[in-house]
Design a protein around this ligand. Structure first.
Ligand code: PLP
Length: 403
């Protein structure tokens, strides 16, 4: 069976994890701090906070911006549940909008239609690793400055406009107009979950890039406290000689990254550009070359004039099929011992959101793209031979279903 997206766990990763275990410091400490510093250098943003997931990062930033009941957060209907769930966690309303037909990313025109005086945050998702239209999205925040009503939250007052909080779970290493994901909006959040391009098993990073007069370093320090019980000193600081006394300054959360997982991330980051991304591009280019002559297939956008994907997914679409036919194709592909996936089922149609009253039919492009999508395996250790097996399995399965 060809797997879908196993992590790359080699001796280098194992050795670094063992070295961390033997170092005597396994929770948040020197490796996490070094990983944060290296992510900031890599992305070109201002400060970076590593956490135990992207979900925690998105939620903590909504809370930092004082998002609460009565507020609206604009998100694409085409995303993973985490993007909307965090909005529910803080008591606000997710406002789903439709996506572009060509690239699966949130539609700028649909965002504009959805902006109201209650809109506090726009959370675009860089689907599959391709950045959204950030010049236009950032411009909307300025254009609708006068519509923005700040609450008594100091950060809302200071920003004085909608916050652009990018769900960059897929886009670590992607480029847009000469800048890297992480430095394209006010704040971005990466996921280092096991299936993502760069993994720490579980993990995430909040890349702060707020405009002046925000002090991103001070916000970073404050967020370290908010994500570790509201304790004014972390465990490492408390071990310093005579430094045992601490205070609790708020009822904080608990979602810090551990050095054990940061160790994996450090190895992954070190070889990301000159190894991981080169291999992922090779996989994607090979799929494109082998599939491009089949006119029944619609190939994903990996590059435009302004954007370069980081090749997180290969979201293939089959032309002129309904969902039942697509599901049949997937069944045949699995029968050929190839694992594929669907990214994503439309979120407004999932039970929880449906029961809140969202109507999946309102998101036509989302439904259409989702019903025809099959994500092909992309992972470091896949061989050219396996790529050919995947391609043959897909083409033969399509032959069986489309007569
Ligand atoms: C994976 C993913 C997340 C959540 O990431 P975690 O690190 O698992 O919290 C959020 N948004 C999208 C689009 C994702 O694919």
């Amino acid at each position: 069976m060809i797997p879908f997206s196993p992590p790359r766990i080699d001796d280098k990763i194992c050795n670094e994890v063992v070295a961390t275990l033997k170092s005597g410091w396994i929770t948040t400490g020197p490796r996490t701090k070094l990983f944060e510093k290296k992510i900031t250098e890599y992305c070109g943003n201002k400060n970076t906070l590593c956490l135990n997931s992207a979900t925690a990062g998105l939620e903590i930033m909504l809370r930092w911006f004082g998002v609460r009941e009565g507020d609206e957060v604009i998100i694409p209907a085409y995303t993973y549940s985490a993007t909307a769930n965090v909005v529910i966690h803080v008591g606000a309303k997710p406002v789903f909008v439709d996506i572009n037909a060509n690239d699966f990313n949130i539609s700028v025109a649909e965002i504009e239609k959805a902006i109201t005086s209650k809109t506090k945050v726009i959370m675009p998702v860089d689907f599959g690793g391709l950045p959204c239209d950030y010049s236009e999205i950032n411009e909307l925040a300025i254009k609708y400055k006068n519509k923005f009503v700040a609450s008594d939250n100091a950060n809302q007052k200071q920003l004085g406009r909608i916050l652009i909080l990018s769900d960059s779970a897929h886009s670590f290493g992607a480029n847009y107009k000469g800048k890297k994901a992480g430095a394209l909006t006010d704040v971005s959040v990466f996921s280092f979950h096991a299936v993502k391009n760069l993994t720490t098993a579980e993990g995430g990073a909040v890349t702060l890039n707020l405009p002046s007069p925000f002090d991103n370093e001070a916000i970073y320090k404050q967020l370290c406290v908010s994500t570790l019980h509201g304790q004014d000193k972390d465990a490492l600081a408390k071990t310093q000689k005579g430094n045992w006394r601490y205070d609790i300054v708020e009822a904080g959360y608990k979602c810090n990254m551990t050095d054990l997982t940061a160790a994996i991330g450090l190895v992954e980051l070190e070889r990301y550009d000159n190894d991981t991304l080169i291999k992922r591009k090779h996989i994607v280019d090979t799929y494109i070359n082998l599939l491009k002559t089949d006119t029944r297939l619609e190939l994903p956008v990996m590059e435009t004039k302004d954007k370069t994907s980081c090749y997180h997914l290969f979201p293939l679409r089959i032309k002129n099929v309904n969902e039942t036919q697509r599901d049949e194709i997937i069944k045949h592909v699995f029968d050929a011992d190839v694992s594929v996936n669907v990214h994503f089922l439309p979120l407004p149609g999932m039970s929880f959101y449906k029961n809140l009253g969202y109507k999946v039919e309102d998101y036509k492009v989302t439904c259409n793209n989702s019903s025809r999508e099959i994500s092909l395996p992309v992972f470091y250790d896949i061989t050219d031979e396996q790529i050919k097996t995947v391609v043959n399995a897909v083409i033969e399965s399509v032959n069986k279903v489309i007569k």
